[in-house]
Design a protein around this ligand. Sequence first.
Ligand code: NAD
Length: 499
Amino acid sequence: MKELTLSDFTAAAAKIKPETRAFIDGEFVPARSGKTFATINPATGKELAQVAECDADDVDVAVCAARRAFESGVWSAMPPKARKKILLRFADLMERDSEELALLEVLDNGKPISDARSVDVPDSIETLRWHAEAIDKIYDQISPTSADVVSMIVREPIGVVGAVLPWNFPIFVAMWKFAPALAGGNSIVIKPAEQTSLTAIKLAALAAEAGVPNGVFNVVTGFGETAGQAIGRHMDVDCVSFTGSGEVGRYFLRYAAESNIKRVVLELGGKSPAIVLDDVSDLQAVANQIATGILFCQGENCSAGSRLIVQSGIKDRLLDTLAKTFKTWTVGNPLEPTTRVGAMIEEAHMNRVLSYIDAGREGGARILVGGRRTLTDTGGFFVEPTIFDGVRNDMRIAREEIFGPVLSVIEVADADEAVRVANDTNYGLASSLYTDNLHLAHKVARAIKAGTVSVNCFSEGDMGVPFGGYKQSGFGGRDKGIAAHDQYLQTKAIWMQLR
Ligand code: NAD
């Protein structure tokens, strides 16, 4: 098969005319106010499209439609096999349109086309299939009782689920929410991040084409303070699943407390450690994983391995290899297939990342690689992959989530100190450990306080394992795996006295 080039992708991108309206009760609709807002291509700084600016009124219409659909049983009471068939068709349609989905994601988010085609889109399709396949394989329970009682423990969909999403993995995080929610029989109202609405809208079209009934899958586009808050405070939303910053996560807890005490699931930020112990033998393999950990998705990754905690004996050699490895992560036009680091999502965010780089310098850390804005003449928002050496764990760049391609290197004497430093953070989403010592691998993996520990790789595991945070990285559930279904189900006890 012919390898696609920059000009192929540029030509294909120019042909895309994205749908920009909200999707409510089976129809594309403008915002009731008639307002729209611009979505920007982060690689050029230019406007891509005007998107419907929904607010509380639109959210209310969407939630009412979702409730009507839920109570009608058209989806919630559909036989599991039939629901599964529709979701598998949905996945097939995503596969059919995967090139368009990947391009839309790149144009709206600024991530490299090679990532969108090899990770975001195929992994999202796999996620949908995984949850669809689970539908008719999950059993309820009967608890042990005396013979004159039948005690059933049954699981039921929670009802109307609101999903408020971040911009870094627009399709993927949407899928992590709606695939298990729909699998369980719920209706959903999705609010994508305002920076990246286009793929969620496209998914709505595919859901409808696959046969997901009207009102079950809704997308309201708009801003957080208006549309997002309206979902959080709506009296008829049963659960909000939120992925984003800790600051906004706290708002959702408040919205729930001040409205209907809806269930709140929070997947928040991270400051994940990558521990490297002296005994590792394959330095290049370790360097490749560490670079992926911080540079994949431009570092705009909640589980980015942003703190390299390295034992003294191997530090210099590792940094040498790592500096060379960083140079192979080409920053460039996201539509160029060889680009590995795309654009930051927006100008304000790029400036935030650059201000952290300034803070690192001012705090006394030393730049080993990178440290500047780049490709300015494109109009896009690009930052060089950056390594800070000489970081102490109490510096701002080691404590706060930068959400960019910036690695902080912290030197430690031994494995015990590495664990202490790794755990000395408000976060606990992910972590990686590199060692050839199997005994230490087991002990350190148990000692790290994080939802994911990957050993000798940077990974969140596959679809079958739960993903979520300890401490201020999360609350209320886990995305991925069967645990993801629990977030959107109620447990009911039915106790029957027999005569
Ligand atoms: P953000 O919190 O600014 O925005 C996330 C969503 O919340 C957006 O849809 C936004 O419109 C909405 N929002 C903003 N203000 C709101 C308000 N007042 N009320 C209701 N909704 C509001 O986060 P972001 O900048 O889009 O994403 C970056 C953050 O997300 C990082 O902290 C990152 O770590 C986190 N994240 C976590 C995971 C995870 O799985 N744990 C995955 C991806 C991103």
